[in-house]
Design a protein around this ligand. Structure first.
Ligand code: SIN
Length: 493
């Protein structure tokens, strides 16, 4: 039952040009813990997406021309409202996504932190004066907003994956059309309502709800959209990016991972097990930075396996709203079926089930947290992103073998490394092929640091002082200052 202290946070309309709009049809939003209908929201379709781009286009000139201080103030007000409504936002998030309330509260904080961070960064968008290449010239670099941004965000972090796109976009003077996952649109709409309450002008932030295909086609094809940012699966990201290239948009992609989690014999067993629980079982294993392959050195392998299995078998499974729940449901039955497929494959190839391995005896898309030992490196668990609370353990002997196993993937988002050897920390941090490396920790995400991957995990960085650059174009101005030369001889292109 969804009870909110501020009932207006539950929005059942799309948000286009400052108006709450309906659609021709609706899509239902269900609670993954019991499949109950929470609400229906409009499917705005292609015409709604087009209207949202029109609105973003209308709002752009005035928004871009505001001073950075004015934009920063509005973002700060938005941040204040998000934190003020933290408990309601967390409940909404848990009901539509499934994660435990404690994790939803942490996500609201994490999401708000991006708005706060970029409200501060808005005032630090500066330029450069370069030493001239010839006498009599002056060279300047300005940073200009890229213009209209379209964003498509996933269901696993229904708030934070939005704020780390909209925060820098708005701070940089862009306007945005957001298409949240159809599985979790309610958090996005609540965020839009809070933006409206904070005083964001109409059309600056638009939220279009509905079935992804037709809306995505408009957002990727319309030539007025100058930047496209996506978090989601690698396959979908590749095809959206290909479409964006037809109008040569700037693109940021935060795609799937297949993170290695490497534990050496000299690691602290306690820290490694804590790290595995924190990173592998966060959001029931449904994060892009979740370890997918736990590579454990032979000397510590049996102890690590037994300790991890014991801890995992004691994780409390339940609805996210139930007190003390540590593992909520998976997002839907397809996710459960994938976990089952990966486990069956690992066992067929010689893996040993240490705990879990099946659906519990309750309604909803739940899956028991699972540990499987002796998973061979060609198992699905090692080759594909599992996105479920299933930890597969692979034994290795030498450091060279660990590096080779870790890098044997087309993904490159995160890696984790547990060791007490300082030189090894630097050696491995250097050669692991990923955008982020956690050393002796399973928790790496923060608004302060650049989040993003290499290889087929995508490109572009979110958060941090680097994140805002994704929403800014560089403009070079060459000025001839010799007295006899007219000043417009080499002015702006
Ligand atoms: C993701 O799963 O894409 C985001 C995880 C995070 O920000 O920690």
């Amino acid at each position: 039952m969804l009870e909110l202290a501020e009932p207006r946070l539950l929005r059942k309309a799309a948000f286009i040009g400052g108006s709450w709009s309906g659609g021709l049809t609706e899509i239902d939003v269900h609670n993954p813990a019991d499949a109950e209908l929470i609400a229906s929201v409009p499917d705005v379709g292609a015409s709604g997406a087009m209207a949202a781009i029109d609105a973003a286009e209308d709002a752009l000139p005035r928004w871009t021309l505001l001073t950075a201080r004015e934009r920063a103030r509005l973002l700060r007000r938005w941040y204040d409202l998000i934190t003020r409504h933290k408990e309601d936002l967390a409940r909404l998030l848990t009901i539509e996504q499934g994660k435990p309330l404690s994790e939803s509260r942490a996500e609201v904080d994490y999401a708000a932190a991006y708005i706060e961070w970029f409200s501060e960064e808005a005032r630090r968008i500066d330029g450069d004066v370069l030493p001239p290449h010839v006498e009599g010239k002056r060279l300047f670099v300005f940073k200009k907003s890229v213009g209209i941004v379209a964003a498509i965000t996933p269901w696993n972090f229904p708030l934070a994956m939005i704020t780390r796109k909209v925060g820098p976009a708005l701070a940089a003077g862009c306007t945005m059309v957001l298409k949240p996952s159809e599985l979790t649109p309610l958090s996005a709409l609540a965020l839009a309502w809070l933006g409206e309450e904070a005083g964001l002008p109409a059309g600056v932030f638009n939220v279009v709800t509905g079935i992804a295909g037709p809306i995505g086609e408009v957002l990727t094809r319309d030539s007025r959209v100058r930047k496209f940012t996506f978090t989601g699966s690698t396959d979908v990201g590749k095809s959206l990016a290909a479409e964006c290239m037809k109008t040569v948009k700037r693109v940021s992609l935060e795609l799937g991972g297949n993170a290695p989690f490497i534990v050496f014999d000299d690691a602290s067993l306690e820290a490694a097990v804590d790290g595995a629980i924190a990173s592998k079982f966060r959001n029931a294993g449904q994060t892009c930075v979740c370890p997918n392959r736990l590579l454990i050195q032979a000397g510590i392998y049996d102890q690590f396996a037994a300790t991890l299995a014991d801890r995992v078998s004691r994780l409390r499974l339940g609805s996210g709203l139930e007190r003390d729940t540590e593992i909520g449901p998976l997002i839907d039955d397809r996710a459960v079926a994938k976990a089952e497929r990966h486990i069956a494959d690992a066992i067929a190839r010689g893996g040993r089930l240490l705990t879990g391995g099946s659906r519990p005896n309750r309604a909803g898309s739940f899956f028991l947290p699972t540990v499987i030992a002796d998973v061979p490196k060609d198992a699905l668990l090692c080759r594909e992103e599992t996105f479920a609370p299933v930890a597969g353990l692979v034994r290795f002997g030498t450091e060279a073998e660990a590096i080779s196993l870790a890098n044997a993937t087309s993904s490159g988002l995160a890696s984790y490394l547990f060791t007490s050897d300082a030189s090894r920390i630097w050696r491995l941090s250097d050669v692991l092929e990923s955008g982020m490396v956690g050393v002796n920790t399973g928790s790496i995400s923060t608004e302060i640091a650049p989040f993003g991957g290499i290889k087929e995990s995508g490109f572009g960085r979110e958060g941090s002082r680097y994140g805002i650059g994704e929403y800014l174009n560089l403009k070079f101005i060459c000025l001839d200052v010799r007295a006899e030369t007219p000043v417009d001889a080499c002015g702006p292109a």
